[in-house]
Design a protein around this ligand. Structure first.
Ligand code: UD1
Ligand code: CA
Length: 455
């Protein structure tokens, strides 16, 4: 039986009070709907269909990399109506796995068991027991424990409301059966909607066993209806990621104050201080330490690197044993060899810096290639932009750049050259010698500082 995964994502998300479609709100850095798609795709290679409505174009654009077919549900007339829109694209012989775009933490292992139940009887249903079942559809069972139907809370009587087993909405049903039942749905209920859940009673009446499956973790089936629930899921998700990292040998000084919004591959004995945010794809080598308050995005950090407090690192590579910060900013295209030092209030962009070179204080290094063993003095600026184009600066091995130097690109500093403090370098500086530009110093005899007149 071929598997088709159908994700319902047409709901308005009114309670988010947002101009962004609900399924595009982010959890751990990714749109809610992307989490669901990833879980589905891990099942193997299922056909993926997504029913969209509100904000459809934006949703499709945001998930352009997901290999799905998109189906519009122009009017949201209920979950049954949403499924009906997709049925023409699904052959009778398929097994249809129905997921919700706003229930992001669903796990692949749980989905596998749900699919197995669907294959076994034609109808698998994911349910869970909740202490507080308010708002959910309740599972009805007969005296033998067989599922006989689902009643929505708004349609339930008092006895039914006391039932704690609820419908998560996730099911795996044979397409041919689904088609037959969906065609018979009515909307004569409290919400005037076509309820997908009504197919459960139809299955039971035909003697088809609705086989229930429980999630591994109750958070897997929690939906996002408002920003409070979104924040609660974010915390849960972050806690799980932090625990996984700690199990791999990473020290998190406070797992509650660490946020991973992407993927982190970290070696043993990496130590991460509080309030660090990791985004995109990041690798950190063994024994490296990240100070408090750093933001690291799409970066490769070698072994034994020390990143001191409050650095922002994006699109950069940092070689073994380097020391960065505090308060440094590494921008995309930065590649630092081993043993480099980048100090406080230094910005580096689209530049390579060789083994053991140092830029320790208050400098801007942009579009520059620096060799090995170079020392760049405080307040050095590479003037890489002439207002129209960017130009490169080259600083060869063992050069020494005096403080407060401006290097007006394109320009080259030769091997072993020394540039005097305060130089504005507009032409290449030769190897080994001192080059400087400096206005002559003078003192003005008899000069008096102006004073305020007394009245
Ligand atoms: C639904 C279930 C309820 C279950 C609960 C679990 C029905 C009738 N009820 O209720 O038994 O306990 O989920 O969270 O199915 N959607 C569409 N098009 C529509 C309506 C909804 O695509 O016309 C999508 C929504 O975007 C959402 C999902 O279907 O992803 C569920 O819809 P929602 O309105 O939240 O259903 P509930 O009332 O919560
Ligand atoms: Ca809901």
């Amino acid at each position: 039986m071929t598997l088709t995964t159908l994700i319902l994502a047409a709901g308005q998300g009114t309670r988010m009070r947002s101009s962004l479609p609900k399924v595009l709100h982010r959890l751990a850095g990714r749109p809610l709907l992307e989490h669901v798609c990833r879980a589905a795709m891990e099942l193997g290679d299922p056909r993926l269909l997504i029913v969209h409505g509100h904000g459809g174009e934006r949703v499709r654009e945001a998930l352009a990399q997901v290999p799905a077919r998109w189906i519009e549900q122009a009017e949201q007339l209920g979950t049954g109506h949403a499924v009906e829109q997709a049925l023409p694209l699904i052959p009778d012989g398929d097994l249809v796995l129905i997921l919700y775009g706003d229930v992001p933490l669903i796990g692949t292992a749980t989905l596998r068991r749900l699919v197995e139940a669907g294959r076994a009887t034609g109808f698998g249903l994911l349910t869970v027991e909740l202490e507080e079942p308010r708002g959910y559809g309740r599972i009805l069972r007969d005296e033998h424990g067989r599922v006989t139907g689902i009643v929505e809370e708004k349609d339930a009587d008092e006895a039914q409301r006391a039932i704690r087993e609820i419908n998560t909405g996730f099911m795996a049903v044979r397409a041919g059966l689904l088609r037959k039942w969906i065609g018979r749905l009515e909307n004569d209920n409290a919400q005037g909607e076509f309820y997908l859940t009504d197919v459960v009673a139809m299955a039971a009446q035909e003697g088809i066993e609705v086989r229930t499956v429980r999630p591994d973790d109750p958070f897997e089936v929690m939906g996002v209806n408002d920003r409070i629930q979104l924040a609660a899921l974010e915390r849960h998700c972050q806690r799980r990621k932090a625990e996984a990292l700690m199990r791999q040998g990473v020290t998190l000084l406070d797992p509650a104050r660490f946020d991973l919004r992407g993927s982190l591959e970290a070696g043993r004995d990496v130590e991460i201080d509080v309030d660090v945010v990791v985004e995109g794809a990041v690798r950190i080598g063994e024994g490296s330490r990240i100070g408090p308050g750093c933001v690291i995005r799409d970066a490769v950090i070698g072994e034994g690197v020390e990143v001191l407090a409050h650095c922002v690192i994006e699109g950069a590579e940092i070689g073994t044993g380097s020391r960065i910060g505090p308060f440094a900013r590494l921008r995309p295209g930065t590649s630092l060899a081993g043993g480099t030092h980048i100090g406080n209030f230094v910005e580096v962009k689209n530049s390579t810096i060789g083994e053991g070179s140092k830029v320790n204080h208050l400098s801007y290094i942009g579009d520059t290639d620096i060799g090995t063993g170079v020392n760049v003095g405080a307040g050095t600026i590479t003037c890489n932009y002439d207002g129209a184009r960017k130009h490169r600066t080259v600083i060869e091995d063992d050069a020494f750049i005096g403080s407060d130097t401006q290097l007006v690109a394109p320009v080259r500093v030769g091997r072993g050259a020394t540039i005097g403090a305060g130089t504005t370098l507009t032409r290449d500086a030769p190897d080994d010698v001192l080059t400087l530009s400096r206005a002559p110093q003078k003192s003005v005899p008899g000069w008096r500082r102006p004073r305020k007149e007394e009245s």
